[in-house]
Design a protein around this ligand. Structure first.
Ligand SMILES: C[S@@+](CC[C@H](N)C(=O)[O-])C[C@H]1O[C@@H](n2cnc3c(N)ncnc32)[C@H](O)[C@@H]1O
Length: 176
């Protein structure tokens, strides 16, 4: 399941790439994205959700859920609400694959934000429209470890920044 699938940039490829009898799901709170995906990607089941953490799937339903740059647009309360909802619909033994704006993003933070981040607190800026790029959240490692307290952390990948213009997000792979 692709949580925050947008216009299906990733999920549209999976039925062909993982051709092994899996079922594929995408969900997003953007009505236009979900309408477009539903019309154009018939191999995937799409669902429109709302900002609030509520999904129409039964408990322990998915084997894998990924969310590419979704926590990065959510408030602190939504981090916990959405983690709990994803946990609910994930099977025991299932995998969450999430990206966050970790320590690489210190270069983008102002002094006050840096102090907060280095103290292990979530930094939220913008706060114009939650879920949108005008709302940006930065997650220290210790913050994510606390959020994933009930999970087994399999990998936390922090890419080197290198010479790129786009700062790479961290990857978290955790198991229920
Ligand atoms: C930066 S985009 C990433 C889109 C997609 N994951 C990708 O990598 O191409 C963030 C996406 O998260 C979605 N989003 C934000 N808040 C959401 C929420 N509470 N529930 C579901 N989707 C959400 C936005 O609508 C948007 O499609």
């Amino acid at each position: 399941m692709d949580w925050g699938c947008g216009p299906g940039r990733i999920i549209r490829h999976l039925p062909e790439v993982i051709n092994s009898g899996c079922s594929f799901y995408g969900t997003d709170y953007n009505e236009q994205s979900i309408a477009w995906c539903s019309r154009n990607i018939p191999e995937v089941n799409f669902n429109l959700n709302h900002l609030e953490a509520k999904l129409p799937y039964q408990n322990d339903f998915f084997e894998v859920i990924y969310g590419i740059s979704i926590f990065t647009h959510l408030s602190e309360a939504m981090h916990y609400d959405w983690f709990n909802e994803l946990y609910r619909v994930l099977k025991p033994g299932g995998i969450l694959f999430m990206t966050t704006q970790g320590a690489n993003f210190l270069v983008k933070l102002n002094k006050a934000e840096k102090t907060r981040f280095e103290a292990g607190a979530l930094v939220v800026r913008g706060k114009v429209k939650e879920g949108h790029r005008t709302f940006s959240a930065f997650q220290p490692k210790t913050y994510m470890l606390a959020l994933f307290d009930q999970m087994e952390v399999l990998e936390h990948v922090e890419f080197p920044i290198g010479n790129v213009k786009v700062v790479p997000q961290d990857i978290w792979i955790v198991r229920k």
